[in-house]
Design a binder for this molecule. Sequence first.
Ligand code: BGC
Length: 705
Amino acid sequence: METNKLKEILATLTVAEKVGQLAQVTPDFFGKSGEITGPMAQWSMSEEQLYQIGSVLGTHRAEEVQKIQTEYLAHSRHKIPLLFMADVIHGYETIFPIPLAMAASFDPLLIEKTAAAAATEAAAEGIHVTFSPMADYVKDPRWGRVLESNGEDPRLSKVLTESYVKGYQGTDLAKNPQHVAACVKHFIGYGAAEGGRDYNTVDISDVEMYQNYLPAFQGAIDQDVKLVMTSFNSLRGIPVTGNKELVTTVLRQHLDFDGVLISDWAAVAELINHRVAADRKEAAAKAFKATVDIDMMTDSYLQELAKIVAEEDALAQLDEAVWRVLKLKNDLGLFENPYRGMDTKVDTTSLKQLSYQAAIQSAVLLKNEQVLPLKTTENILLVGSKAVTKDVLGAWSWIGDPEKATSLADGMSTRFPQLEVLTVEEASDRSLISTALQKADKVVIAVGETSEEAGEAASRADLHLTDSEKELIEVIHQQKAAAILVTFSGRPLILTDVADKVAAIITAWFLGTETGSALAALLSGAENFSGHLPMSFPRSVGQLPYSYQEMSTGRPQTQANQQEKYTSRYLDEENGPLYPFGHGLSYSEFSFSQLTLSQQQLTEGQTLTVQVTVTNTSQTAGFVLPQLYFQDEVTEVIRPKLELLKWQQVFLAAGEATTITFEIAATELAYVHADLHRRTDPGRFRLFLAKSARELVAESVFEIV
Ligand code: BGC
């Protein structure tokens, strides 16, 4: 629709109709047409108000959307179509690995493809907006929502966030109804919840926010993300959803976001729980002034906004908010087709193949003392709480049917004819497990979290395996069996006390619909591992929050001063993690040459070319991920000792060598200064080629003049 016509529509709306556009309900509000149903009565909402509502959250099927949209359009005076929103986080019906797992692929293209595929399935069921990607910066795996993140590196997270937006939205939403609008969340600081406890208070500095928290949001906005969601948390004393100063100066001005801002679920009314608003009216006023356009799932706007607008003479601001919502509907092509997307053809077979491919690229081989790959002729015993379960999809797979997923046992039984599986109960019988172990050449122990134990409202203070899981590992260890530990989780676990008791460890996260088939292919060597940790596996909970980007301190611990007391260290634990960011093995072995730099000095506008030759020294073809880190030697504000700068995924046949090139623009070495501006300083920089944040294999120096 032409902008002028849209403006005309806006001009014809009453204040009540405008307010309606900013409110959202669940589908059950439309239960039986004409009747005041349970939820409507709770909100003391009239039928008239229902047919002024702007959006709906949580439909499942196209028929439901069709029915609600038709009923709504028949009753509403203005005939503005409803927007349908949902959490499509890692797939709709075909479930892909959780985002943290997919970040292990370090593969922006893969993520773009999975997002586009998820959009197709969701659009076919009438969904217009997905509440994804989550761009929160994280470094505390106690927080269950690290599951939805891209891990602990801001640069990787930014690139992957951009991929999600590109995949979901495509190029033109009106012309391509198989795509959906994306909503980047949660603005801002949610991942820094104190103590890793979900919804808890956050206090981070401006430098920290601009340096680490905002870039992924900026990336999404640069990709024209249509919506942003505010976070539940307070930041420096003020809940974000009601923080006018923060939202208007940082999100609207600095990040230049002019799309729809939606609150998180009930976050407007929760300003009362935060005790910064006395009642719904004050809560609504604060959120509205902070330019929150849509009140997700409370009736604060619906009941209070008209009064606020009248009292504060804020009609112009109301119009701006409604305009943003109307514009989104128009960008989606809803005025032309309120049933957009529903005739999308979904190729389920290719989606399943993509899910399998994503699972292959997301699993991470942490340790392998020559026990893997398993031979299909070997006697394999499979035990543990995750051996037969189909609870492998992960927390945000609400439409995904676990029954359609392959469990590890399903997958392995097709590849290993001599597989024996013991249930948890059977494995707790010592004589049964002893006999089974005697017969077995190798044993696969599958343990870890349930989907309930990771995700939103799933913070944990203890990240070890459970006592019974550790006991099982111990029993197997005592019998000297060649054991392979496969852990399922939505977060890095603490494996310090079990790592030495097994010969191999695989992080299987929640890999989605094709979990079992992908893991079995990897275990057998039919596929090779290529995943690398996007988040460090700490040694102890006491180290948290932890990121490989350790800052320089006045008393750094070094190789030389290990025994000194007055350095930045623990008395009872190492500083470093058990498995670092970037770590990931494969069945291939690679060697790296030294770095060759195009020049030793460059000016601010120039680009440095860095080359390295990588050789596959093994008999097995595979992917290698050379990682380039840097250190700015002297800076105005403290900077990490090491920061990821570039990476490349390269496939090499057995014995093959190739030279790869990294182009580094001087601007990519910029950091946020005390004045909150991001710029590159002249001076010396160190470049490191690495296998992980803790395994540096080559080093070089250059200067910006
Ligand atoms: C979560 C959001 C989610 C929303 C809608 C909230 O509880 O924090 O991430 O998009 O619910 O389901």
